[in-house]
Design a protein around this ligand. Sequence first.
Ligand code: HEC
Length: 149
Amino acid sequence: MLVLCACGCDDSDATTTSSAQTGTTAQTHTQAQAEASSASYANGQAVYVQSCLLCHQHDGGGVPNMQPPLVGSEIVAGDAEALIELTLRGIGGTPPSLPASGEYAMVMPGAMHLTDQQIADLLTYIRQEYDNAGPILPEEVAAVRAGLE
Ligand code: HEC
């Protein structure tokens, strides 16, 4: 790790302690995963909080009869293209929405307004956080979006 000491810091003990703590915080995921995806994980969490949390809840548990849980969802963990399309189009609203299942009282709005990068970060976040599935790349989002337009 590169540590900049522009203000003439000479307290190397403090620096060592703080980087050791950072390492401990990342314990739930493998170190490699955490390093490779830490930027998109934070961005993805921010997009989730802004666009999805209201309905799918902080823990991804959903609300019975209103919105389904994302935890344990085969759709979240499954085919990347299907998940991207669902997120872009939404469910049960006006086209380009997908048809509703009829099991939930709410309509899911589409997220066409988010950028490819935001959607990639968001879906990478929910797959990692709730379903232990692999990342989604902005290029994959762009390809699905191009097919819808
Ligand atoms: C206004 C509430 C609402 C918002 C906001 C919302 N959703 Fe949904 N979502 C729903 C509802 C309702 C369904 C179920 C629709 C159906 O099956 O008829 C759903 C279904 C899903 C599913 C399918 C889950 C499964 O296993 O069936 C995924 C994945 C999903 N939403 C992801 C997201 C993401 C990602 C966001 C943020 C961009 C988001 N949702 C925002 C209401 C919402």
